[in-house]
Design a binder for this molecule. Structure first.
Ligand code: CA
Length: 257
């Protein structure tokens, strides 16, 4: 039996394909498109939507940065950033994301083809780039490749936020070199929060990924586990790393003391 869909789609998502495909939402891939040329933005949204992606579009760099940081409640699998954007350029958006530990794969679009620009983009933390004008099939193939690479690497890679370490392969956690014993659920929640460090992780994300949807949003089971995590990873060390965003979810940040 299919479990009921709990999450509401964010306004403005191109989710028609997903909604009627009968698939569960967790299989849908979310892409954020930051492109200020409205005709190209519309074309990209339509093409990506037809290819099965859930697409959100932003028209300037600041709006794109806010969305990529999870401030609008959506977590993206891939970011498609135009280099030349109003307010903040794509390179700056990418650099700021990497500075706060957001590792979402970035495909940079650029009208320039100079080698120096390419190097600048990769230095800023972009994973790939495509020179305009580009072929749509090529774009789709690059996005799929980035997403595959990211989701394949993600699960076993050791993660670090400040002095907090988590090694999924060995299922071990430590802070300041001190080993921390976590329950299986606590470990999985912390893993999720660290994978998305600096970004909102919604309560429904946690239920989907840690409980596989086997409980519901009204339950206080997440709160209980978050309290347990804080008692183990923060309190003994005098740190504060998990922020509660009331009614939305949680975010793991660099220690704010
Ligand atoms: Ca542009």
């Amino acid at each position: 039996m299919k479990r009921p869909l709990r999450r509401r789609r964010p306004a403005g998502s191109w989710n028609v394909f997903w909604r009627w495909s009968g698939e569960e939402e967790s299989t849908a891939m979310h892409v954020l498109v930051a492109e200020d040329e409205s005709r190209l933005a519309t074309l990209l949204a339509q093409s990506l939507s037809e290819a099965g992606w859930v697409v959100d579009v932003r028209h300037d760099g600041q709006a794109a940065l806010d969305a990529a940081l999870g401030r609008t409640g959506t977590t993206y699998d891939v970011l498609l950033l135009d280099w030349m954007l109003p307010v903040l350029d794509g390179l700056t958006v990418c650099r700021r994301l990497r500075q706060v530990g957001v590792r979402t794969p970035v495909l940079m679009l650029t009208a320039r083809s100079a080698v120096a620009d390419r190097v600048g983009g990769l230095d800023a933390g972009a994973d790939d780039y495509l020179v305009k004008p580009f072929d749509l099939d090529e774009l789709l193939a690059r996005l799929r490749a980035l997403h595959r690479r990211a989701s394949g690497e993600e699960d076993d890679e050791a993660l670090r936020v400040d002095d907090l370490l988590l090694d999924p392969g060995a299922r071990r956690t430590s802070r300041q070199g001190v080993e921390i014993e976590l329950s299986a659920r606590e470990f999985d929640i912390l893993h999720l929060l660290m994978q998305r460090a600096g970004r909102l992780v919604s309560r429904s994300n946690i239920l989907d990924e840690v409980w596989d949807g086997e409980t519901d949003l009204r339950s206080n089971v997440i709160d209980v586990h978050i309290a347990g995590l804080r008692a183990k990873i923060d309190r003994p060390f005098g740190t504060h790393t998990i922020t509660t965003l009331r009614g939305a979810g949680y975010r793991l940040d660099h220690d704010s003391g």
